[in-house]
Ligand binder design. Structure first.
Ligand SMILES: [Zn+2]
Length: 271
């Protein structure tokens, strides 16, 4: 599933292709995405210029002239790419946003857990996102983070995956960050010391920045907005490396279940 670095890569790739362009009449495929495109949205999008494209957590925000924002989520297998309009459609292309330069933004999604939603006002958008998302990892205040960990008996892995505490981190980057910080994924959050909380906060930031530099990780379907794959999967220390030697101590990487997800970790390096 695309996490923060993959979504950020899509946004960076799409920005030069979309900003300043005007959207035409949206073309909707036969199959619905997770939340269906409402016909009433089409006239509210058509003829609007794209002023900006940003990211919040794993959500892509396409800000249109006026007050409306088109909000896209890639779900598990979503792909957003720009193509010349006559180019044949790939299977599983569900939404097409024609642009005024003869190209179109295409939303392809094999598993259809992705979504495209129109928010009429900045207030409605803020309400939607603020109810679901904590701070961005790059803006995480040390005091807030320490208090969030100390305030729960859940395991640290569960706290990292909780989007209302911290936005954008999923299973891959949770495991990689915990390894970098030397913290066991099953560790109870309220037993973390201030030093460990801080080292985990820094690890999350470093891991995400490196992953963005690598254009994210391509495990299955992920591609960036330019159609290019990510390369960070080559740099995984623990994720998906069960049984292979730990890069620090050579102990075989183990996998355990925490917060309902597989947690890849080094049983020796992570306490
Ligand atoms: Zn190790």
């Amino acid at each position: 599933m695309p996490e923060l670095p993959e979504v950020e890569t899509v946004v960076r790739d799409l920005r030069p292709l979309l900003v300043g362009r005007t959207i035409g009449a949206v073309r909707v495929g036969r199959h619905k995405l997770r939340s269906p495109w409402k016909p009433a949205w089409t006239p509210r999008v058509a003829g609007r210029r794209i002023d900006a494209i940003d990211r919040r957590g794993k959500w892509i925000l396409v800000r249109l002239a006026g007050d409306a924002t088109l909000v896209l989520h890639l779900g598990m297998t979503g792909q957003l790419t720009v193509h010349p309009e006559p180019e044949p459609l790939a299977d599983h292309t569900h939404l097409r946003f024609p642009l005024d330069d003869g190209r179109e933004l295409r939303f392809r999604d094999v598993r259809r857990f992705g979504s495209a939603t129109l928010f009429a006002s900045p207030g409605a958008l803020a309400e939607h996102l603020n109810a679901r998302l904590g701070p961005e990892p790059f803006a995480l205040e040390p005091e807030y983070w320490f208090a969030a960990l100390r305030g729960t008996t859940r395991c640290v892995k569960a706290v990292l995956l909780d989007q209302t505490v911290l936005a954008g981190v999923g299973n891959i980057y949770a495991d990689e960050s915990l390894f970098r910080a030397g913290v066991h994924p099953g560790r109870r959050a309220n037993t973390m010391t201030r030093t460990q909380a801080e080292s985990l906060r820094c690890a999350v930031e470093v891991v995400l920045r490196r992953a963005i530099d690598g254009r994210g990780s391509t495990i299955r379907d992920y591609i960036g907005g330019s159609g290019l794959k990510g390369g960070f999967q080559e740099e995984f220390a623990v994720y998906g490396r069960t049984g292979q030697p730990c890069p620090a101590c050579r102990t075989p990487i183990a996998v355990a279940r925490h917060a309902g997800r597989s947690s890849h970790h080094c049983p020796r390096c992570q306490k």
